[in-house]
Each structure stands twice: as C-alpha cells, then as structure tokens.
Design a binder for this molecule. Structure first.
Ligand SMILES: Nc1ncnc2c1ncn2[C@@H]1O[C@H](COP(=O)(O)OP(=O)(O)OP(=O)(O)O)[C@@H](O)[C@H]1O
Length: 243
C-alpha cells in the first residue's frame, strides 16, 4: 500500500482549472520531486492534500484511509505536514515559542501543554537552528527563517512532509546543507514530496520526479529521464529552463 494516494485530483477556481485529473502515489521512504513552471498547480496540489482547499473532484488517501474531506488539523494529526512557500512566523514570539505552538494539539486546553524545552531543542537541532531558540524571527537571516518553518513542521512529527520550494532564496552552500538535512530526515524514517520550479536542488536528492504543466501531469521518471524529456523541455521553453 502506498503511503499517499492522490487519485484523479481536480481543483477549479471559478473557470480556471488549476489542477486537472492529477494522480500521484508516494511509497514509504521515498523522496519525490514535484516540478513545473510558474502557475502549473504544484502548490494547489499541496493545498488540496492538506485540506486547505476543498477538492473539486478526486480523492486523497493517506496510510490507506480517505482524508479528502478531513479538516486540516485532522490531516496533520494523521501524520502529514507541509512547509509552505511563504514564511509566517509569529514575530512577537521567540523561535522556541514558534516551534512550541506547533507541538500543541488543536485545543484550548493545550495552552498548558506542548513540548518540553528538550524536545523543542531537538526539533530545532534537526534543522540546525538550535542556537537561535531565544531569537525573535525578524532578527533571523532568510535561510534561518525558512529553517524555522521546517522546524515548525517537524514539531508535528510528520510521517510525510510536503516541502514547497524549500531552497528558494538560499545560496548554494545553504542548498547543499538543506539537501543533506532532508536526506537525514529520510534516514530517520520520513517520506517527503519536494516542490521546486526546476531540477536545481533536486537532481541528487529525489528518487523520482513528477512534472506538472497547466495543471496536468506531463511526465514522471528518474531525475535523469526528466532532464532529457522533450515534453518537459518544451513546457519549460517559455520560462527559465529546467536546470
Ligand atoms: N486561491 C486561489 N484562487 C484563484 N486562483 C488560484 C488560487 N490559488 C492558485 N490559483 C491559480 O491556480 C494556478 C496554479 O497555481 P499554483 O500556485 O498551484 O501554481 P504553482 O505551480 O505552485 O506556481 P508557483 O511555482 O508560481 O508557486 C495559477 O493559475 C494560480 O493563479
């Protein structure tokens, strides 16, 4: 049984079909790349999986159970988490406070609960921001703000992590370091889907790549196959190129 099964997913915004009959299966322990030019529907797929958007058609199963109509907090409680493209820390709380918020179950009673300092330190250390715990988010450099977003997702203890453009705005050294950390998450038992515009940071990281264009899957295969795929190259011609 696949860990994640997206079957015939369609999402329309009024007359715009953002995702059209898209299917994807992710096996436990895989790192799958989901690429496509600007506006091809990648973030919409993630938003549908996380129940941030209602689907227009199709179904989503996780660990064998149908999650299509779950609320977002139910999806998270079942072991799915997403790092969004945008960073949205609470600027009036420290890095530690921001991480702690994500360890709290969705209930008012939980205000007294949450992770211990040790656990929060461990989530931060897994992504290399353990020295920033007492900092305020607006004092952090860009890469650390992005790492905080990942630490928040780690704090929900996901089995499957969806990463939306995790390398955006990072320099080459930061990209290399983050790719190594993502590899370590896999060694620790996590499964991941990584969205990116192009193959840049993904080539050595992912097991296979799925390509979206105008909401439709146009190719799937190994990174090498995708880099050479003619339909993919054509889809990217108008844009920035696949590499
Ligand atoms: N909430 C929304 N309301 C209306 N249209 C939307 C909404 N979200 C996305 N869209 C549209 O759906 C299409 C797919 O957008 P989406 O953000 O999923 O693409 P993407 O591949 O993630 O793009 P990018 O790489 O630029 O982030 C686009 O045409 C976008 O304008």
């Amino acid at each position: 049984m696949s860990l994640l099964e997206v079957d015939g997913l369609t999402k329309q915004f009024g007359g715009l079909v953002a995702v059209d009959d898209f299917s994807l299966e992710v096996e436990p322990g895989e790192i799958v790349g989901l690429i496509g030019p600007n506006g091809s529907g990648k973030s919409t797929v993630f938003n549908c999986i996380m129940s941030i958007y209602d689907v227009t058609d199709g179904s989503i199963r996780f660990n064998g159970g149908d999650i299509t109509d779950d609320a977002t907090h139910e999806v998270v409680n079942k072991g799915l988490s997403r790092v969004s493209q945008e960073s949205n820390p609470i600027d009036s709380m420290s890095v530690a406070g921001n991480i702690k918020l994500f360890t709290l179950p969705n209930s008012i009673v939980s205000l007294r609960g949450g992770a211990s300092e040790r656990e929060i330190y461990d989530y931060a250390a897994r992504i290399g921001i353990e020295d920033d715990l007492q900092e305020m988010p607006d004092e952090l450099p860009h890469a650390d703000v992005r790492r905080l977003e990942i630490a928040k997702a780690l704090a929900t203890e996901p089995e499957l992590l969806l990463l939306d453009e995790p390398f955006a705005g990072m320099n080459q050294a930061e990209i290399t370091e983050l790719a190594a950390q993502i590899e370590r998450f896999r060694e620790e038992g996590m499964t991941m889907v990584v969205v990116d515009h192009n193959m840049g940071g993904l080539m050595d990281l992912v097991d296979r790549v799925v390509v979206l264009n105008n909401g439709t899957k146009i190719a799937a295969g190994s990174p090498e196959e995708i880099a050479e795929n003619e339909a993919v190259q054509k889809a990217y011609l108008a844009g920035e190129g696949i590499q």
